[in-house]
Design a binder for this molecule. Structure first.
Ligand SMILES: C[S@@+](CC[C@H](N)C(=O)[O-])C[C@H]1O[C@@H](n2cnc3c(N)ncnc32)[C@H](O)[C@@H]1O
Length: 233
């Protein structure tokens, strides 16, 4: 079972996600465990503050070393304990390695446990990253207010790839497997506002349907993400 510990200032942002079907199933089937740790529980500040102004000036606040390092130590020693050697630490960060299908797949399959840090304000003290040799992951070239949404994206993308979480075949032809985007999909009714479902899809000829879908995948990929067609599989 992959154990994931999330360090955050906003635990309640994970509530609905943990109740969703696929995630609940993955937890029940013991494919993954998710623990939430509130960084604020580890501050010694009498006002429960975890953020302070940056050295050198500038706007915004920085989450300080002490509560974050204590929260990491607690996660490693009290939650992961005997499995802490087999654990990697991620900081969700706009300057990190860009998340894509291959990185999600790697994290999903790699057999490691993870501690994931969600930043807030202007980020975290750099010394925390140095202290634990932390990997930074970004979900895109834009800046969010906090790392929680980014962490949810990462979690969802890795958990749905775990064998048995989704129904059989659900992952086979999804966008980004084989560097292709998914072909157009249709459901009932067969005609809507004069727009008919492509004839081939109701022909019952599965070989022709597969060929058609492959062509459509290539067409859509050329249209939206032509660079994917140049990538090694
Ligand atoms: C306002 S951002 C801090 C941005 C930081 N000052 C910078 O310019 O790189 C607050 C937190 O949101 C999270 N975050 C923001 N954008 C993100 C992204 N694209 N991917 C992952 N995490 C992100 C990080 O955890 C970050 O510490």
């Amino acid at each position: 079972m992959k154990k994931i510990v999330i360090l955050t200032l906003f635990k309640n942002m994970f509530d609905e996600f943990l109740k969703s079907n696929a995630i609940k199933k993955a937890i029940e089937q013991k494919k993954v465990s998710i623990d939430l740790v509130d960084i604020r529980d580890f501050t010694n500040d009498k006002h429960k503050r975890v953020d302070f102004p940056p050295y050198g000036g500038g706007t915004g606040m920085i989450i300080s070393c002490e509560p974050l390092c204590l929260a990491i130590d607690y996660s490693l020693n009290n939650i992961l304990n005997s499995e802490k050697e087999n654990t990697k630490i991620i900081y969700m960060s706009p300057r990190g390695k860009l998340l894509n299908y291959n990185l999600s797949k790697e994290i999903s399959d790699d057999g490691y446990n993870y501690v994931i840090i969600c930043g807030h304000y202007e980020g975290i003290d750099e010394r925390v990253i140095e202290e634990y040799d932390i990997m930074e992951i970004s979900i895109g070239d834009y800046v969010l207010t906090g790392g929680e949404l980014a962490c949810l994206v990462l979690l969802d993308s890795i958990i749905r790839l775990m064998p048995g979480v989704l129904s059989d075949g659900a992952l086979d032809e999804e966008s980004h497997t084989d560097n292709l985007l998914e072909y157009p999909q249709y459901t009932k009714p067969s005609e809507f506002r004069g727009r008919k479902v492509p004839e081939i899809l109701i022909s019952g000829n599965h070989q022709k349907i597969n060929e058609y879908r492959k062509q459509e995948s290539i067409r859509i990929t050329k249209k939206y993400r032509p660079e994917l067609l140049q990538k090694d599989k």
